[in-house]
Design a binder for this molecule. Structure first.
Ligand code: HSE
Length: 307
């Protein structure tokens, strides 16, 4: 059994517009790099490789809390040291906390000889999401661990379904403001109108059917959110313009990535995805807000062990 492992933990897009807390997809870029070592005592040590100010108390750290849960379930004198090179900025909306949580449990499982199932790993990783946002949700950690597009039919009990998907391109713009997931959840209405619920579950079903049938037009039509987006989009400068102009440029559709502020768009071709990136850049240059963009594809593998 090897004593150390390096992994790449990818970013993810949760919700996929209409599927709040139940749908997500894994990105090929960006990735956090994590180095995890097996220790022969029951403890978890967290280190930030690049001086990024991460909480170092394991129970307050999104990579640490899942490992504490894992160790508690094992009747063994083992622990882990985790060194995190953070490339996915916390508060970006592309699954920063999930990358730390999923990356640490996949690495730890590798060091233990893969004794846990992917579903177990999601169960542990959700403790990291609880640290980050106050509640357990799996729509970032599940795609991060399984790769591809995942449906979280239920978290109590866990029921995760991998959805096949066409080879689409994903453009992401991250305007450089921070939206805390906990805050973006706090502002949501607790009740929805039946007429809105009907539209929403029509879109969720349409989106899943579109992925399975490889019907990109159906995917595009189904990327509509009448419940969450109208509330959260007010936190994101330029949101309506980005969405409208990216669709004019040929994107199939898109919206808020996770709880924002990142915005993602799906496209059929790389050329369109790059056009969409140009549109995003032009809008944020005009607004005068700093941003990062990514043009990437759907990562079918999830967290990757690199040695
Ligand atoms: N489903 C979660 C939310 C994802 O929208 O609050 C957070 O990344």
């Amino acid at each position: 059994m090897s004593k150390t492992v390096k992994i790449l933990a990818p970013g993810t897009v949760a919700n996929l517009v209409c599927g709040f807390d139940v749908l997500g997809l894994c990105l090929n870029e960006p990735n956090d790099l994590m180095e995890v070592a097996l220790l022969n005592e029951k403890k978890v040590i967290i280190k930030s490789a690049d001086g990024y100010p991460l909480p170092l108390d394991p129970l307050q750290n999104t990579a640490g809390a899942p490992l504490v849960e894992m160790i508690n379930e094992l009747d063994k004198e083992i622990g882990f040291e985790v060194v995190i090179h953070k490339n996915i900025k916390p508060g970006s909306g592309i699954g920063s906390s999930a990358a730390s949580a999923a990356g640490s449990v996949v690495a730890a499982n590798h060091l233990l000889g893969n004794i846990f199932s992917k579903e177990d790993l999601v169960r542990f990783a959700m403790f990291g999401e609880k640290v980050a946002s106050g509640v357990k949700h799996a729509d970032n950690v599940a795609p991060c661990i399984y790769g591809g597009v995942t449906l979280i039919r239920s978290i109590y009990p866990l029921d995760i379904v991998s959805i096949p998907s066409p080879d689409l391109f994903v453009t992401v713009v991250h305007p450089q403001i921070e939206v805390r997931t906990a805050d973006a959840r706090q502002i949501l209405r607790k009740e929805v109108l039946l007429k809105d619920a009907i539209k929403q579950w029509g879109n969720i079903a349409g989106l899943v059917a579109g992925f399975i049938k490889n019907d990109v037009e159906l995917i595009g039509r189904s990327l509509e959110d009448v419940i969450i987006e109208p509330v959260r989009s007010i936190l994101i400068p330029g949101f309506d313009e980005v969405k409208a102009k990216c669709k004019e440029a040929g994107a199939l559709g898109g919206g808020i990535s996770g709880s924002g502020p990142s915005i993602f768009m799906l496209s059929k071709t790389e050329a369109t995805a790059k056009e969409v990136e140009k549109v995003m850049k032009t809008i944020y240059d005009k607004i005068g807000l700093a941003y990062h963009t990514h043009v990437t594809t759907i990562n079918k593998q999830g967290v990757k062990v690199i040695n």
